[in-house]
Design a protein around this ligand. Structure first.
Ligand SMILES: [Zn+2]
Length: 480
């Protein structure tokens, strides 16, 4: 088993997902089509297209889909579906129309008080890779917090090109090394939720250092206000006790290691984790590729770090964020107090936890923990998807984790009012037009000709322009 994991780690480091390879090497459309369509303009009809039905796990051939004002207004057999007067037509040519993707565990890179407009470009880079929604699972306090919610508003208002941004306000325990949004008592917990909602946040993100009375206060206040709780289960309580208090989304598959298993590797107790998960039905963010990267860096030394940093797609990441990867994460993943064997055994156990929970139909959402924790916006979603299939998940289930399930999660907590993550009438028109069927090979999700997002339409030229702008901005940021 150990050698399997190492092999995956090595192949991961060799991956180089560039935009040109991701767009399938197709000839670029003419520059006349480069501009994105403005929201609220004429309807768009995508004709003669195959539709990915994620729920049923099948492709519906020869359809026409009409989109207007950010919603899917009709879906039906090509030739029988009425196309509104003046609608712009996009010839589907038997390509596949699929839901846009979501990353439900992201941290925009302008954490750590960088105070730079990094998030704007990062949101555009997500979009250019077909990721139309992200949940930022915590940022690092005022004034950054105000900037995160303003960014979300700018995307929502159509001022900014980017993935829709949903936000969770970080809540931390006292003295955990970062001195903001600290809570100790139940009253503290209630107060921080009220302040976070007033600041425009959608969710609360509880860190594992939060004391139990404060967690109870956070949950009580969040329930009263209709806000969902995203969390690292807190220290000192079992996973079941955490879930009983009221966690809606467990932030990592890895969270089970300390909360359920008390930091012991006990494969014979995996069924207990399955039982607890069945009882409480939490959502769980995958973040599995991250565990593989930890292993690769821990066992591969500085050579592994330099291989990782040399990936061409790092140009889409601000140099300060890259510096953060090295200083805050790679160093702590080379912990001299842990043996290579311990890193391997731990990584393997987390894989077994994921596999056991997946096999029991646990409710997973795709999550990456990037870009702050060492990955590239959007590309990390495709890499996580591919990796999950290497761990045994089916393409259909992985696509569900990145589309339908995030839509269900966001709707459950009142964050969206139209269905998301499916190609059905009345749903948000957050869509991608692909060359092939991703149920056959997930990589088809990487060859994107158009992205539809919140009433706007981007062709490949427009998407590449967003990528070029991000890379140029990062390049001119210079050496730090
Ligand atoms: Zn995180």
């Amino acid at each position: 088993m150990h050698s399997t994991i190492s092999l995956i780690a090595a192949s991961l480091l060799a991956v180089a997902c560039t935009p040109s390879s991701m767009s399938g090497g197709q000839a670029a459309p003419g520059p006349a089509s480069a501009a994105r369509l403005e929201r609220g303009g004429d309807a768009v009809a995508i004709t003669s297209v195959r539709i990915l039905d994620v729920e049923a796990g099948r492709i519906v051939p020869d359809q026409t889909v009409v989109v207007a004002d950010g919603l899917i207004v009709s879906v039906g057999a090509a030739g029988e579906t009425q196309i509104p007067e003046g609608a712009r037509r996009i010839e589907g040519n038997d390509r596949v129309l699929a839901p846009g993707l979501a990353d439900m565990h992201a941290h925009l890179g302008f954490n750590y008080d960088m105070g730079l407009p990094i998030g704007e470009h990062e949101l555009a880079v997500y979009l250019a890779h077909g990721v139309t929604s992200i949940l930022n699972q915590g940022d690092f306090g005022s004034p950054i917090g105000a900037r995160i919610t303003a960014l979300a508003q700018n995307v929502d208002d159509g001022v900014l090109d980017g993935a829709a941004l949903y936000t969770a306000a970080y809540v931390r325990g006292p003295n955990d090394g970062l001195d903001f949004q600290e809570v100790e008592t139940e009253a503290d917990g209630r107060a921080v939720v009220a302040a976070s909602q007033a600041a425009g946040y959608d969710f609360i993100k509880v860190y594992h250092t939060v004391p139990e009375p404060a967690l109870r206060g956070v949950v009580a206040e969040a329930r009263a206000r209709g806000m969902g709780i995203v969390a690292h289960p807190i220290f000192g309580l079992t996973l079941a006790e955490n879930l009983e208090i009221g966690i809606d989304l467990i932030a990592h598959s890895e969270s089970y290691t300390y909360s359920q298993f008390n930091n012991e590797i006990v494969p014979e107790h995996l069924s207990d984790a399955v039982d607890v998960t069945r009882e409480y039905q939490p959502w769980i963010a995958t973040t599995m590729l991250l565990e593989n990267l930890v292993l690769a860096i821990a066992t591969g030394g500085d050579e592994a770090i330099e291989t990782f940093m040399a990936r061409p797609e790092t140009r889409f990441v601000h140099p300060l964020v890259q510096e953060g990867w090295r200083e805050r994460h790679f160093t702590r993943w080379q912990d001299p107090s842990r043996s290579e064997e311990n890193y391997r055994d731990t990584a393997q156990f987390i894989v077994e936890i994921f596999q056991a929970l997946y096999a029991s139909d646990a409710r997973y959402l795709l999550g990456t923990d990037g870009p702050t924790v060492a990955s590239v916006p959007g590309i990390n979603v495709h890499q996580e998807m591919t990796y999950l299939t290497k761990l045994g998940a089916s393409p259909q289930d992985v696509i569900r984790m990145a589309t339908l399930n995030p839509g269900m999660f966001l709707a459950e907590h009142g964050v969206i009012d139209k269905p998301q993550g499916q190609v059905t009438v009345g749903s948000q028109a957050d869509l991608v037009l692909l060359h092939g069927n991703p149920l056959d090979a997930l990589e088809h999700y990487q060859a994107i000709d158009f992205v539809f997002s919140d009433g706007r339409v981007y062709d490949r030229v427009a998407l590449d322009a967003l990528l070029d702008a991000a890379a140029a901005a990062n390049g001119s940021a210079g050496e730090i």
